[in-house]
Design a protein around this ligand. Sequence first.
Ligand code: UDP
Ligand code: MG
Length: 318
Amino acid sequence: MTALSIVVPCFNEEACLPLLHQRLTGAARSAVGEDYEILLVNDGSRDGSWPLMQRLSASDPRLVCVDLSRNHGHQLALTAGLDLARGELILIVDADLQDPPELLPDMMRTMGEEGADVVYGVRRSRAGETHFKKATAAAFYRLLSRATDIAIPVDAGDFRLMSRRALDVLLAMPEQARFIRGMVAWIGFRQVPFLYDRAERAAGESKYPLGKMLRFAFDALTGFSSAPLKLASHAGLLLSLGSLLIIFYIAYAFISGQSIQGWTSLMLVVVVLGAVQMFVLAMMGEYIGRLYSQAKQRPLYIVQEVTGAPRQARAGLG
Ligand code: UDP
Ligand code: MG
């Protein structure tokens, strides 16, 4: 057993890697001496990340680099790294150094003082991110916390320190569409926040374009809440009330001998009904899609190569 594992998912992060390696090494040494490992997971990068990882790992026995067979996405790349981690404590960071690894000793102290199993980073501020990103992220975390039953912390990312027993519970959860920060919240044990200022990206650009962000948000919502499904019953109730009013109106007009015209109102009703039905169908589709992908039981990710021969045995399929 190692005292500490640091797990980092990397997608096209060539420009960040040398500094990342250096700062992680510094932070780990100051926290636990030499008893640590750093796991970099190459999530099917299309730049020179993998050759660079191989070179770095040739000169550092504490560096384990994992090459996935293709791009599996942030959350699955992270899962691959967590599966291979052997530490008693596990630190998750992003490759772009937005989460300062130098906070590790403080996080460990907080963990000890509070007797916590999870110390999760909460962003007090976010430097160098667009207004759009900040606004959508803020709205997303608030919507999520209203829609779910478990308390998923607001403004917390995956930057966190976990105990071995919390990680083992997390890894026992077999879901395919993973929203790890929510899954960790679900586990329970004692979890305490740790406020920090999020730095700018060290280099390169965000690997989360709008499409991926939306997918991520949907996975979170459908994975942790059935509120969207209940929208159907609310919409149904509302529309029934509306139709009752219209029926009264028609009856009144009929009795008082008026003729009712109205292409506009007719179209309005048709379009509104159609839209509501499609929306509800789409929501159900999201959940069915989840069921379908879960039913296939495919491995979560596929490892192509792991640097460091003795460790190769640890990596199998998924
Ligand atoms: N990432 C990944 N696979 C992907 C997209 C992102 O492993 O398909 C990694 C990325 O390299 C980084 C982390 O996920 O370490 C967070 O991505 P990023 O910093 O681009 O997201 P942002 O901070 O802009 O939300
Ligand atoms: Mg980032």
